[in-house]
Design a protein around this ligand. Structure first.
Ligand SMILES: [Zn+2]
Length: 265
């Protein structure tokens, strides 16, 4: 999900809101340059396979990957559900496309795919391609949990949503780790209070720290506190984490700094 997804989510009909999550994922330069190749004509009609927590919409011709997709999706669900101590009230409609180039580029294309797949209107969808399924499923499913956990009126900062989704995915891309390492070495570490919309990497590091320091309850508390901050008037996300204690907030910042220096040296 890009940083602008929240805005678009609110501007779109609800049926398209989560579709935006995947088609707003930045494509690589090569993918962007390639002409869109909409669903291969070799694939047959859409059908659906239910699993414990998903309804997987796929096309005939994709069956050979279906067991693997179902297994990975359920594994991701259990991990996120355990970390956030939350279960989704409804099954997730998961629409499978063949390649990254089949992913929609704008809401109109997304809407066409949702309608063609037979997935229900009026709910959030996940839309992933087989080509990048393994690397994207945990990230995108984390957004489903975030949207389910966070009350609708809240506009939680994008770095919170992306940071938690990247944390749940569990891996650091080496170039991203190098970028943080260089910033830490140069002493260019923004205060948590000053994290901006695009500070996804700092958000990822922060959720790694919160999970290590505060356990599985920590991430959930932090996301909900970021929402609480909007109604409480607290000045920053750090204060939101523990509104009652300034001393704890100061120690939170100091501890995060120590963590960064230890992890990204
Ligand atoms: Zn995202």
């Amino acid at each position: 999900m890009s940083g602008s997804t929240q805005i678009i989510r609110q501007a779109l009909p609800i049926a398209l809101s989560i579709v935006a999550v995947t088609w707003l994922v930045p494509l690589s330069a090569a993918q962007s340059a390639a002409p869109p190749r909409k669903d291969s004509g070799r694939l047959g009609p859409w059908t659906v396979r239910p699993t414990d927590h998903f309804d997987i919409y796929y096309r005939r011709g994709q069956e050979s990957r279906l067991n693997e997709v179902a297994r990975e999706a359920e594994r991701a669900y259990l991990r996120i559900s355990m970390d956030l101590e939350h279960t989704l009230a409804n099954k997730v409609p998961l629409i499978l496309l063949q390649t990254n180039r089949d992913l929609p580029q704008h809401p109109g294309e997304a809407y066409t795919i949702v309608r063609a797949s037979g997935a229900p209107d009026g709910v959030d969808h996940m839309m992933l391609s087989l080509e990048s399924f393994s690397t994207r499923v945990t990230h995108e499913l984390t957004h489903q949990f975030e949207f389910d956990l966070i009350p609708r009126p809240c506009r939680v900062p994008a770095w919170v949503l992306e940071g938690l989704a990247d944390h749940e995915t569990g891996n650091w891309i080496s170039s991203e780790r190098s970028a943080l390492r260089a910033s830490v070495a140069a002493g260019l570490i923004p205060a948590v209070a000053n994290f901006a919309t695009g500070d996804r990497l700092w958000g990822h590091a922060l959720f790694d720290f919160i999970m290590a320091e505060y356990g599985t309850q920590g991430a959930r508390r932090y996301v909900l506190a970021a929402c609480e901050r909007q109604t409480s008037g607290a000045e920053n996300a750090r204060d939101a984490f523990d509104l009652a204690s300034t001393e704890v907030s100061k120690e939170f910042d100091r501890a995060f700094l120590r963590y960064l220096r230890a992890q990204f040296n």
